[in-house]
Design a protein around this ligand. Structure first.
Ligand code: COA
Length: 257
């Protein structure tokens, strides 16, 4: 199984564990993460959630082979897809979610951080959102939230050029709380998550709901609009060229488009 879950001392941990493929997320892994988030929400023993990866890699984003062989559909069944269920579960959970970004965070590995309450990043991590370079468009409401968080120009570097950025820049832009030495990041994130054992759980949950209520509809609308475009773009010749280039370990050639 590529997603490991465990609940210990009030913290439900979701560990992405597919290091041989740089923690790329398959349909089954999205489903497992959605189920784990929903279980954490329902379990009164859980006070907070910790999402983490492997040393050197948080996640390389969506599995590109899945993109090629079974691209998620659009329309009404898109809402039932495991990736959408994962997004909805992360948006709906009212317990604090802490991310320990243990290494590279690419694509949804970076955009999911926009929906976590606390984000701690390894000093060795690089983050990137290379949707355009893959012939795609931003997802998980990043087209809405990233410009709102850091301003259009800094968001354009990340979303239009796909420029990778450091953990320090992630903190400076408001995407992360702090940079930690690689060996410390999970321990620190866990300590933060465990602090919720000493806080009144209903007050925490109601406060999180209050903090998240403004803009929630706009976030769902953005996810839907992005999802329709994303799904169409997955089938585009530009995306096909980008995916093939990735597996052939060469630079894509967009000059013909
Ligand atoms: N989907 C599917 N497979 C992936 C993957 C992904 N997102 N990311 C890595 N892999 C696979 C590689 O194909 C390779 O498989 P192989 O050993 O069978 O050839 C293996 O994981 C190791 O990856 P590799 O590229 O050799 O490692 P690296 O250390 O040189 O580079 C990354 C690591 C993460 C920088 C690089 O793999 C990468 O850029 N991945 C794609 C990221 C991406 O574009 N994600 C989609 C965002 S929407």
């Amino acid at each position: 199984m590529s997603i490991r879950t465990a609940t210990l001392n009030g913290v439900a941990t979701i560990e992405i564990a597919r290091p041989e493929k740089k923690n790329a997320l398959t349909v089954a892994m999205y489903q497992a993460m959605a189920d784990a988030l929903n279980a954490a929400q329902a379990d009164p023993a859980v006070r907070a959630v910790l999402i983490t990866g492997q040393p050197g890699i948080f996640t390389s984003g969506n599995d590109i082979e899945d993109f090629m062989s079974r691209p998620p559909g659009s329309g009404s069944n898109a809402a039932d897809s495991p990736v959408f269920q994962f997004m909805r579960a992360l948006l709906e959970i009212d317990k604090p979610v802490v991310a320990a970004v243990t290494g590279a965070a690419i694509g949804i590995g970076a955009t999911m951080l926009l929906h976590c309450d606390f984000v701690y990043v390894s000093d060795e991590a690089r983050l990137s959102m290379p949707f355009v370079s893959l012939g795609l468009v931003p997802e998980f409401a990043s087209s809405l939230l990233l410009p709102a968080l850091m301003g259009h120009r800094r968001a354009a570097e990340k979303l239009l050029l796909g420029d990778p950025f450091t953990a320090e820049v992630a903190v400076e832009c408001g995407l992360a709380n702090a940079v930690l030495p690689a060996a410390e990041v999970v321990k620190h994130a866990r300590r933060v998550a465990e602090r919720f054992n000493a806080l009144p759980p209903a007050a925490v949950r109601e406060s999180k709901r209050l903090m998240r209520r403004v803009g929630k509809e706009a976030i769902f609308e953005a996810i839907k609009t992005e999802g329709e475009l994303f799904s169409a773009r997955l089938r585009s010749p530009e995306a096909k060229e980008a995916f093939q280039a990735f597996f052939q370990k060469r630079q894509p050639d967009f000059s013909k488009f």
